[in-house]
Design a protein around this ligand. Structure first.
Ligand code: UT7
Length: 315
């Protein structure tokens, strides 16, 4: 398969670090050196499905495809107000898709897990065109009284349209299941039979452990994947790394011994938008005209699960 269209959409509200320090015991001086984040786009009166639909329309337009050309739609999302139907159905109804659609919840590496599902369908000869939308509102998962989590996140949606081709050179997925490292819980509807205590818990994260996992999983997977497909790092044009923390990206860069210019970032004014992060970065770089045919893009993302994934894509 081959990427032929990208799109993204961001909430209009921009929240700077100084705005956070008006109601939170934090500061620009703490946030910037530890994360690289200066500001983030935060959902206010938009709906996440509006951003997802907007990103999808832009990707379809760039790809020169109509909704009826799409054979399969995968939506990556962690939380939305809709418990059912899936966000994929809500976005489908907005953009006029009638093909099968599924939601996946693989947290930050969701885009790479979605690529893997799409590739399986292409290899089976079951599809000609696939749409992926990663639409996330992690700012609705955190407590805005918890300075250790809410400063890190931003919202948004990114989309890609894929068609037939041989441009996915390899995908590697990894799982270290442990729901105590990053988690959030919601209370479900009560019934006469539920006697156990249930509560709404905002996002909890063991930051340092997740940091270590991110750097280790990313570097190990990228090196292993390049080795498996017989590609040297010198052939890689860009590393499209999940925008969770600039220090994580710098540690990966240092470990791989690759230069700054191969690591585009947008974390400074986006924060961590979970699975949308890689797709928003991809669209922004693409629309700047950074990629030329034959360029090799290495995607790497990691997060709750713990899950991580890497993919090597030829442009
Ligand atoms: O998408 C994937 C999921 N998440 C990640 O990839 C995140 C990975 N982890 C990280 O990025 C980093 O661990 C953080 C940015 C979350 C935290 O950085 P850290 O250097 O590991 O800081 P820390 O959690 O060890 O906290 C150090 C201190 C603590 O104070 P004490 O206990 O030493 O007195 C915190 O209470 O900094 C304090 N602190 C803050 N202070 C001001 C934590 N958050 C803040 C804040 N402002 N926003």
């Amino acid at each position: 398969m081959k990427i032929i269209g990208t799109g993204s959409s961001l909430p209009k509200k921009v929240v700077t670090n100084d705005m956070l320090s008006e109601f939170l015991d934090t500061s620009d001086e703490w946030i910037v050196p530890r994360t690289g984040i200066h500001s983030r786009h935060v959902i206010s009166d938009e709906e996440i499905w509006e951003l997802g639909a907007d990103a999808a329309r832009k990707a379809l337009e760039m790809a020169g495809k109509k909704p009826e050309d799409i054979d399969y739609f995968i939506c990556s999302n962690v939380v939305t107000e809709y418990m059912t139907p899936g966000l994929s159905c809500v976005i489908s109804s907005m953009i006029g898709l009638s093909c099968p659609c599924i939601d996946i919840n693989c947290a930050c590496p969701g885009f790479i897990f979605a690529l893997d599902i799409a590739e399986t369908h292409f290899k089976a000869g079951a599809v000609k065109n696939v749409l992926i939308v990663c639409a996330e509102e992690p700012t609705r998962m955190t407590s805005w009284q918890d300075r250790s989590t809410c400063v890190l996140f931003g919202d948004g949606a990114g989309a890609v349209v894929l068609t037939e081709g041989c441009n996915i050179k390899g995908i590697k997925l990894h799982s270290e299941p442990d729901p105590t490292k990053i988690w959030q819980k919601r209370r479900l509807m009560p019934t006469p039979y539920i006697t156990k205590e249930e509560e709404d818990v905002p996002l909890q994260m063991k930051g340092r452990e997740v940091f270590r996992f991110a750097v280790q999983a990313s570097t190990t997977q990228v090196e292993a994947l390049l080795g498996e497909i017989g590609m040297d790092k010198s052939e890689v044009s860009y590393y499209m790394v999940h925008q969770a923390n600039l220090r994580i990206i710098n540690a990966i860069k240092q470990y791989l011994g690759e230069p700054d210019e191969k690591f585009p970032t947008n974390i400074a004014d986006h924060g961590n938008s979970s699975s949308a992060s890689c797709t928003i970065l991809l669209d922004e770089c693409n629309r700047k005209g950074m990629f030329k045919e034959g360029d090799v893009l290495v995607f790497s993302a990691f997060g709750a699960g713990l899950l991580s994934g890497a993919a090597v894509v030829e442009w």
